[in-house]
Design a protein around this ligand. Structure first.
Ligand code: ADP
Ligand code: MG
Length: 663
């Protein structure tokens, strides 16, 4: 990093103005970013009282020369930006020279720093923006910034702070996630005497995820690896086709090729991890933690028809692109960015997540696993994901338990009800153990020796713990539970498959494919079905009539607020036609005003599939069950039904062995 200078007015004027320091976590964010920009390999964050009383960041970065240390507290003093042009391609986390003066004006700040090229360090003390002391000091290399009594001189701002645990949780979340972005560095976070996070350098992001969250979370995630997509950039005002031709002609020229490479890596959760808000989605763009509606939308659309629309996944995504592709100067706390080619990035992220979901076909496990504990910081409430993991096991609903007391109990059969075809399922706990296996206390030496006498389980029979729905095609069905759930076994353990949602997924993909090819299988009705519509429904009908026809419902207006249905998609029973048409009109009314045609189409297909699918409480013979498993294995997304419910649960051989204390 070069020397610090004060930005000339013409640059300073172009910098997004506003509040830099809103809460303790924003102080931590700015200071942490400075340490990372300074090339630190170890960053230690100490806080007291949720950061209200004390925030201290210790780094082993390049430190500051004495003159620079003084200059750093001037507004718009930065070593990271020189002229207006640089603003267009910023590769450092900081660039505006606002953080240190802003923080120093609302706290008691102590800076201790020494650059490698100086023999003594510098200590500067500032309170409420006033310099109290500046002296030479014998210090180690790197920088320590101590911020005490945040907002002590601005009581109005102090009032807006949340409770100490909440502020602490925000800080923990921040440090945790920066640590995930930099697996090669050491991060420590302490709150008073408690160490909340301590991670040492590791070789991969996966190892860092393991360090931070423990093994259980890792098991629930799909790793992206590194995916790339290249974009051709047409010069302004030239149609793309001409520009490509031009480029081909001139491709021997030395100019930079007019392409941009986008790279995505990270982790995201299986569809069964369903969270009520977006707090567990972390997006880094070129190492910067941001919030971005476009990317949030891309993530949600990747899970379309795999997860209920009101649920969100856990995601930890790292997008890399040329610095010119992102404008980071749009928000005072640098948490929002603007992409130059937003829709390209949106589609890249959506497609990549979807492809990975389809490739990995993750199956939810339903047995408790031996859990490597997460770091304390990851368990603070703000990191809701890990919180839910802890809550999940004891409260998970049991799917084969008798129905609650409100249901009249049949003395023969346990009353057994599921909402067979209702829309989105409630939030599901992905580790729900309907067959609870409690590992119990570890076996005594004597007992385990006796168990050993039963023989070792051949190690090659123990599959990797990662279950994939690809194994569905090799399963052998054994029977049904309550004539609703197929029990099947395979090399890698026991599976339970919900027959209704499995069939729903099969039909959904079939109908979608037919729809895309414009060849929907239809059946002609002997007598047209006449449906009465409300004025509202009439409006919605007019809007979606074409789509309805293309989906296999041949309908036409038939007098005042009445339509005649002459044909319907092949799989549907005529008795249910009115229900499904009203259902589709309702979808059109409630969710889909203003939504895309593609979403409407998917929802219509989902409704058809749901109505046509075999129901629960239906006996299936072995041949039917086998057919269902093969057909499910052949779908693109055997993980969830189009409304987002899980289809199959897996009880791995490894977990069975663990349950019987054989490994
Ligand atoms: P910015 O990060 O936008 O440049 P800041 O106000 O955050 O502005 O910091 C001002 C300058 O102080 C930085 O440009 C950098 O040169 C220097 N600085 C701040 N923190 C550190 C640190 N931990 N190590 C080395 N230099 C630092
Ligand atoms: Mg900074």
């Amino acid at each position: 990093m070069g020397r610090i200078r004060i930005l000339p007015d013409q640059v300073a004027n172009k910098i997004a103005a506003g509040e830099v320091v809103e809460r303790p976590a924003s102080v931590v964010k700015e200071l942490l970013e400075n340490s990372l920009d300074a090339g630190a390999t170890t960053v230690r964050v100490e806080v007291e009282s949720g950061g209200r009383r004390l925030i201290r960041i210790v780094d082993d970065g390049c430190g500051m020369l004495r003159d620079d240390a003084l200059l750093a507290f001037e507004r718009h003093a930065t070593s990271k930006l020189r002229d207006v042009k640089d603003l267009l391609s910023i590769s450092t986390l900081g660039f505006r020279g606002e953080a240190l003066p802003s923080i120093a004006s609302v706290s008691r700040l102590l800076l201790e720093t020494r650059a490698a090229e100086e023999t003594t360090g510098t200590r500067i003390e500032i309170a409420g923006g006033k310099m109290l002391r500046c002296e030479e000091a014998a210090l180690g290399g790197g920088t320590v910034i101590t911020v005490r009594d945040l907002f002590y001189n601005v009581p109005a701002r102090r009032k807006f702070l949340r409770t100490e645990p909440t502020e602490l949780a925000h800080i923990a979340s921040l440090v945790t996630h920066y640590s995930l972005a930099h697996p090669e560095k050491t991060f420590v976070l302490t709150s008073g005497p408690t160490e909340l996070l301590h991670v040492t350098p590791v070789g991969s992001m996966k190892e860092r995820v393991y360090q931070v969250f423990g093994s259980q979370v890792l098991d629930e995630l799909v790793e992206i690896g590194t995916r790339e997509r290249e974009m051709f950039i047409p010069p302004p005002n030239v149609p793309a086709s001409e520009a490509i031709a031009e480029y081909r002609r001139e491709s021997t020229a030395d100019d930079d090729p007019p392409t941009r490479l986008f790279r995505l890596s990270g982790f995201f959760s299986r569809p069964q991890v369903q969270k009520g808000n977006r707090n567990s989605i972390y997006i880094f763009v070129n190492g910067r933690l941001i919030r971005d509606r476009l990317l949030l939308h891309a993530i949600s659309s990747a899970y379309h028809n795999l997860m209920p629309a009101s649920s969100y996944p856990f995601a930890l995504l790292f997008l890399q692109c040329d610095a010119e592709e992102v404008d980071v100067n749009v928000h005072p706390s640098k948490t929002e960015v603007r992409f130059r080619h937003g829709s390209f990035i949106h589609d890249f992220v959506r497609d990549t997540l979807r492809e990975r979901l389809m490739e990995s076909r993750p199956a939810p496990a339903f047995s408790p696993r031996t859990v490597e504990p997460a770091q304390q910081a990851a368990r603070l409430p703000y990191s809701e994901f890990s919180q839910m993991l802890e809550d999940a096991a004891p409260t998970a609903p049991s799917m084969i338990e008798p129905a609650p007391a409100t249901q009249p109990a049949d003395p023969e059969l346990p009353a057994f009800t599921l909402r067979p075809t209702a829309g989105p399922a409630p939030r599901l706990d992905f580790s729900a153990p309907p067959l609870e296996i409690t590992p119990g206390p570890p076996p005594s030496g004597k007992l385990s020796r006796r168990l050993d006498a039963h023989g070792e389980f051949p190690p090659d029979a123990i599959p990797a713990p990662e279950a994939s729905l690809s194994s569905l095609s090799d399963l052998r069905p054994l029977g049904q539970i309550h004539e609703s759930f197929i029990i099947a076994v395979g090399r890698d353990g026991l599976w339970i498959i919900d027959q209704h949602v499995a069939h729903e997924r099969i039909l959904f993909e079939q109908v979608m494919k037919q729809r895309a090819a414009g060849r929907v299988e239809m059946q002609r009705l002997l007598m047209p079905l006449i449906l009465q519509l409300t004025p509202e429904q009439q409006i919605d009908y007019a809007r979606i009539a074409d789509e309805l026809n293309a989906s296999g419902f041949e309908t036409e207006p038939f007098g005042n607020r009445t339509i005649a249905v002459k044909a319907a998609p092949a799989h549907l029973s005529a008795a249910e036609l009115d229900k499904i048409l009203y259902e589709i009109l309702e979808i059109a009314e409630t969710e889909l005003r203003g939504a895309s045609l593609d979403e409407l189409r998917r929802n219509i297909c989902a409704s058809i599939a749901c109505r046509a699918a075999i129901k629960i409480n239906m006996r299936l013979d072995t041949a039917k069950m086998e057919w269902l498993l093969r057909a499910l294995a052949a779908t693109d997304c055997p993980m969830s039904c189009p409304h987002g419910r899980p289809i199959a649960m897996h009880y791995s051989t490894r977990d069975i062995l663990k349950g019987f204390h054989r490994i």
